[in-house]
Write a protein of this length. Structure first.
Length: 442
């Protein structure tokens, strides 16, 4: 029964969300008299959109909590896309709520729009706070828009993103103290407070308390650092009760290295070897400030870990044959899967794309695993770029893996390569449900 619930958890979540939305609509419907004027119609539409904006915020909080079950079943990159979609809805529905209430109240009171703004901001408790909160949502939403986000440093974007919490706190009180569905109805009011309290508790538990408990319980620290290629190091972590972390090959941890310069940043890194009770390994390519610092991280540095996260695991496998397609540093989770993924002898293939021979990491380990497991590894080396991925085109793919259509495919690498590989796999007859991938950019 538990396995059934876990397998269908994404659908159960969607069903739960739909039931919640239906319940809110029912609450609004049963507590609303038929509006008799255009102003009253706008006001009621404003109240309904307000309820939905508040509800979407609860969903956003739950998504921010990074629930392990969802992370494992849905996958982090998909959850990140859902998170940004819900975020956009929050901004749009909140703005619609404010405009509808403003116009509806002004028409009903026969007041000018300017006078109505003053009345709303000064005459109703916490409405001014809510408007400031909505302003923060709009600010965060604007900065997160793809065009602007790509021009802003990740850390700046992340710190700005924290303003969402302030926005949620500021917007909460006017719902309870002025909401037409909550003021006269104690059950609805306490239910709403309960939903926000539960979502906040999940967030505090999984994002704050569990990592602190892990620090104390697992006492992770850097045990060794090994250079794998120019600008790429493997960091070995040891600690206590590592098996209780529940990490699987293909997953990643968000790591916070507790040094003077890096303690405030947590970055995601995939396990580059199947986890074992004695040590964990991540392999890091220098791309920016943090990854650059880690090339020289000192043995003994304490590490705070969040996770494990990610759904690119053996649980996704549905066939006896598997093809793994890696590009650049995207080889890290696939290296761990190559070592541990159950597959029929002779039907496990790793295709590893790298720009230069010196960029190929783990060559020795991969050859050894291939020999031990009677698996196959193909190294495709050459400069990247448009039209430079011939070996990932369908004909080549079929030549390298003749039964590719019968296999599961696991992918991790740069965006362009992943797109080419996915299109080729589809053309070779691999259905989307058997193509599993992890995106390093979210
Ligand atoms: C699920 C996942 C697994 C990953 N696994 C590995 C791995 O095994 N090995 C490896 O070398 N790299 C991995 N990465 C990429 C790695 O997290 C980034 O290269 C690193 O965070 C860059 O930080 P920086 O300060 O050095 O670079 P910056 O110059 O600050 O950023 C470079 C790029 O990384 C992104 N980035 C920066 N900080 C973060 C963050 N905290 N969270 C998410 N993205 C961020 C930025 O948007 C930018 O696109 C993984 C990323 C993800 C999402």
């Amino acid at each position: 029964m538990r396995a059934l619930i876990v397998r269908h958890s994404p659908w159960l979540v969607w069903a739960g969300v739909a039931v919640g939305a239906g319940g809110l609509t029912l609450l609004w419907w049963t507590s609303t008299l038929p509006p008799t004027s255009f102003g009253a119609q706008l006001t009621e539409a404003g109240r309904l959109t307000g309820l939905f904006a508040g509800y979407l915020v609860v969903i956003l909080l739950v998504l921010m909590a990074r629930l392990p079950l969802l992370e494992r079943q849905v996958g982090t990159d998909r959850l990140a896309r859902i998170h940004s979609m819900v975020g956009r809805y929050v901004v749009c529905v909140t703005v619609a709520h404010m405009v509808l209430i403003w116009l509806g109240y002004a028409l009903t009171a026969h007041a000018s729009l300017g006078a109505e703004v003053t009345d709303l901001l000064t005459g109703y408790p916490y409405v001014l706070w809510a408007v400031i909160g909505a302003g923060l949502f709009v600010l965060v939403g604007t900065v997160s828009a793809t065009a602007i986000r790509s021009r802003v440093r990740y850390e700046t974007w992340y710190l700005l993103h924290l303003l969402t919490y302030a926005g949620i706190a500021l917007a909460f009180w006017h719902q309870i103290l002025t909401g037409a569905q909550f003021v006269p109805n104690a059950v609805a009011r306490w239910g709403w407070i309960g939903a926000y309290a539960a979502a906040t508790a999940l967030l505090v538990w999984y994002r704050l308390l569990v990592p602190i408990r892990n620090l104390w319980r697992h006492r992770l620290e850097v045990a060794a650092v090994r250079t794998e290629a120019p600008g790429v190091v493997s960091v070995y972590l040891t600690g206590a009760r590592l098996d209780e972390l529940g990490a699987e090959a293909g997953q990643f941890l968000r790591l916070r290295f507790l040094t003077r310069n890096a303690w405030w940043q947590s970055h995601p890194y995939s396990l580059s070897a199947a986890p074992n009770p004695s040590w964990l390994r991540v392999t890091i390519k220098a791309l920016g400030d943090h990854t650059e610092q880690l090339q020289r991280i000192r043995v003994g540095t304490r590490v705070l870990a969040e996770g494990p996260y990610g759904a690119l695991t053996a649980r996704r496998r549905s066939r006896h044959g598997v093809v793994l397609i890696a590009g650049g540093v995207g080889v890290t989770p696939l290296r761990a899967l190559f070592e541990s993924l159950p597959a029929e002898e002779g039907r496990l293939t790793l295709i590893y794309r790298a720009s230069r021979h010196e960029d190929v990491v783990f060559r020795h380990e991969l050859d050894e695993i291939a020999a031990d497991r009677r698996a196959v590894v193909h190294y495709l080396v050459g400069p990247p770029g448009p039209g430079q991925e011939p070996a990932l085109h369908p004909n080549w793919l079929r030549r390298l893996v003749p039964d590719v259509a019968e296999r599961d495919a696991y992918l991790c690498g740069p965006g362009g390569m992943m797109t080419t590989a996915m299109e080729s796999l589809r053309e070779c007859g691999v259905p989307a449900r058997r193509i599993h991938h992890e995106d390093f950019n979210f």
